[in-house]
Design a protein around this ligand. Structure first.
Ligand SMILES: [Zn+2]
Length: 327
């Protein structure tokens, strides 16, 4: 069996168990947190670690054994924070991501090396996968990139191509952020396919924000897995529990249960806004235990078979990490 790097060391993919494929343990902007810790960690960093430990212990108690932290460089990744948390949550594996999270802007260290080969971005991603992240021995298990409202700008396309190159060398699966209503998972597939990526090794994230079955089936017919990965994010303008469950149930009825994964896109601590005064109302359901406690029973109620639920939580994540290395 293939093995996958976790924060606690390599694991046999057969041991991953029920897996949440898109969560964030922490999003803290390094320069902001270094210079203005009172703004990034208003209650103190230790309190944020404690809160994440408490939350992840509840997740583990709900039967989840693995959490994929889809926090790439540029998204506020903090490997030391995740290591501290992981060491205190018994029986839960956390997998980390490399990649670059940007909707268009590239940092100067990337922009001003654009003429160099290989792309410095690929060099960074390979270091995280093959050596370790930020001076630790924790290796990245997946490669993350994003396409948001600005679409496939030249900068975003460069990031995707750099991710594809690191993927092809290592086999680590690709995982993405999309704006599902813009159907930009298809743009991502086009760039990946042009780079020779086997689309069955790609997870198109945030697809569950869409109820457009034709779009979702097109992504899966091309081989990719889709993320119904924002359960609990029932903010204005987003589908609610019933709509999201209905979409997954309809796709399972049509035989797509082997290409869907479930998650929350939950963040345990972020410095992107003041947690006591967020820019939008977060519904009470947006909690990291929501999938296990509420979504799974709702899917069964909607006619999804037990085996399909198991596939979405166990088999499909395992398949994505069961690659045989690079191409
Ligand atoms: Zn996310």
């Amino acid at each position: 069996m293939a093995s996958v790097p976790t924060v606690g060391g390599p694991r046999d993919v057969a041991e991953l168990g029920r897996t949440l494929m898109h969560e964030h343990v922490v999003n803290v902007t390094p320069e902001f947190a270094r210079d203005y810790p009172h703004l990034a960690w208003p209650e103190g960093r230790a309190a944020a670690v404690d809160a994440a430990v408490r939350g992840l212990r509840e997740v583990r108690a709900g039967g989840i054994e693995t959490v994929v932290d889809a926090t790439a460089f540029g998204h506020g990744r903090d490997v030391a924070f995740v290591q501290e948390v992981a060491a205190r949550v018994e029986g839960l594996d956390i997998l980390l991501a490399t990649g670059l999270y940007s909707f268009g802007h590239l940092p100067f260290f990337a922009e001003l090396r654009a003429h160099r080969e290989p792309d410095v971005l690929t060099t960074m991603f390979l270091h995280d996968i093959e050596v370790g992240i930020a001076g630790t021995e924790v290796r990245a298990a997946t490669i993350k990139c994003a396409t948001d409202r600005p679409g496939m700008t030249p900068e975003v396309e460069r990031i995707l191509r750099a991710c594809a190159a690191a993927h092809r060398q290592t086999g680590a699966p690709l995982t993405t952020h999309t704006v599902a209503e813009l159907r930009n998972g298809l743009d991502q597939q086009r760039v990946f396919a042009a780079e020779g990526v086997d689309l069955s090794r790609v997870l198109i994230g945030h697809s569950g924000d869409s109820q457009d079955l034709d779009y979702l089936k097109e992504l899966m017919d091309a081989g990719s897995t889709i993320g119904a990965d924002r359960f609990g994010m029932y903010m204005e303008g987003f589908p609610g529990l019933e709509e999201r469950v209905g979409t997954v149930a309809a796709l399972c009825r049509d035989g797509y249960g082997d290409r869907i994964v479930l998650s929350h896109d939950f963040t345990y601590h972020t410095d992107w806004f003041d947690l006591d005064d967020p820019p939008f109302e977060f519904p009470a359901e947006w909690a990291p235990t929501h999938v296990a406690a509420v979504v799974v029973p709702a899917l069964l109620e909607a006619g999804v078979e037990e085996a399909q639920v198991e596939a979405m939580l166990v088999d499909n994540p395992r398949r994505l990490f069961s690659h045989g290395g690079g191409y």
